[in-house]
Design a protein around this ligand. Structure first.
Ligand code: GRF
Length: 273
């Protein structure tokens, strides 16, 4: 690992099986990840990833988003929102419901859940928050809590080559569309849906004989590699953020071994699963 590398503290958010979480835990224990998972949180008490966290003696927490989504929004609840609902609604780019009242109510409930989530995460002083199959929207309130002083501290792994196939079903969408190449993207999270600055991407072929399960299997193997590598680059300060001519922020990898790493990913992508 590069000279400047420091060990990062990660908060990992999951909703399901948590194989990416497991890959981070395993690499961290093996000394292949310049980071430690210090807390795991889920929106769902039955997420198997919570068992993985417990097995690894990592503190885990549940924020009951489902209960929050049914909570009565009384005047008193609304007065306890952690931030200005109207301002957050103006900044967010994901909820598209034209019914302003309904949209803001949904947002208000998300904010209540996020308030609890932030409190949990902050207690562990994470350097980065890694979304790893976390099936909830994160609002600008959550993002601006972690992204301060020009730093981007919320990461996501997405199972498609963005900007193609954003949303929750990257593998399915690629496969059913008849894409001949699938891919993986690790990116910083911004206020849109899978639109934040891309850190790394790797493609893989969808073979004529592939099933959706085969595509997912090949993709997941690459996911584990990419997520860990991106975290190592962040730990080594080898991710530089620049503004492009169009005003978009983009991430540049300064690791001199970048081409070799890409070549390894391509080799993995072509290997039979
Ligand atoms: C992965 O495919 C990831 O890209 C997506 O959600 C899935 C999570 O899988 N965001 P797992 O829970 O890590 O097995």
């Amino acid at each position: 690992m590069a000279e400047k590398t420091r060990n990062l503290r990660l908060g990992v958010l999951i909703s399901g099986g948590g194989t990416n979480l497991q890959a981070l835990i395993d690499r961290s224990l093996a000394g292949d990840l310049a980071a430690e998972v210090v807390v795991v949180a889920s929106d769902h008490k039955d997420a198997y990833g919570l068992v993985r966290a417990r097995n690894a003696s990592i503190p885990s927490h549940v924020v009951d988003y489902a209960a929050k989504s049914k909570q009565d929004l009384t005047e008193s609840t609304l007065s306890r929102l952690p931030t200005d609902l109207v301002a957050i609604d103006r900044r967010q780019r994901i909820l598209k419901n034209p019914d302003v009242q309904a949209r803001r109510e949904r947002l208000a409930r998300l904010l209540l859940a996020e308030q609890e989530l932030i409190e949990i995460l902050d207690a562990y002083k994470p350097d980065y928050i890694c979304l790893a199959g976390f099936m909830r929207l994160v609002t600008p309130y959550f993002l601006s809590h972690f992204n301060q002083n020009g730093q981007w501290r919320v990461l996501n792994i997405h199972p498609a080559l963005l900007p193609s196939f954003p949303g929750q079903h990257g593998y399915e969408d690629t496969f059913h569309y008849g894409g001949k190449w699938g891919g993986i993207t690790v990116h910083f999270v911004d206020e849109g849906e899978d639109t934040g600055p891309i850190i790394a991407q790797a493609p893989f072929p969808v073979w004529p004989t592939d099933t959706l399960e085969g595509v997912r299997e090949r993709g997941l193997k690459l996911e584990y590699e990419l997520y860990a590598q991106c975290i190592n680059w962040l730990a080594a300060e080898q991710v530089r953020l620049i503004s492009t001519e169009t005003g978009r922020t983009t991430a540049v990898i300064t690791d001199p071994f970048y081409p070799d790493i890409l070549a390894r990913w391509m080799e993995m992508a072509l290997a039979p699963v």
